[in-house]
Design a binder for this molecule. Structure first.
Ligand SMILES: [Zn+2]
Length: 105
């Protein structure tokens, strides 16, 4: 499955401000939005890439709005860190098999 990367994304910039993080990657559908990092540097960090690829899978599992709604509800109830989709993505950081499932261009 093909994934694309958008550097210097304004959406990722908003997320960076909200999370008070200098570098942010966020997934919307099958696009990884980056802020504060270049795609070449992001791709070197396999754990980070696997984390975001898990979010791509979550989008595919629940559908675009289906996932966004669930993610939002989880965030409101449990915050960012304990959000079950984030827990799942953190576990996936060691799952290098995810790298075989996607082509990033
Ligand atoms: Zn995440």
């Amino acid at each position: 499955m093909q994934i694309s990367i958008k550097e210097n994304s304004w959406l990722a910039r908003l997320a960076a401000a909200k999370l008070r993080s200098p570098q942010v990657a966020m997934v919307l559908g099958s696009t990884i939005h980056l802020y504060g990092t270049r795609s070449v540097d992001f791709l070197k960090d396999q754990a980070w890439v696997c984390h975001e690829l898990k979010h791509v899978q979550q989008f595919r599992q629940y559908g675009f709005t289906g996932f966004l709604l669930r993610y939002l509800v989880e965030s409101v109830r449990k915050g960012y860190h304990n959000n079950r989709f984030e827990c799942e993505a953190r576990k996936a950081e060691q799952d290098r098999s995810l790298l075989q499932l996607f082509t990033i261009r």
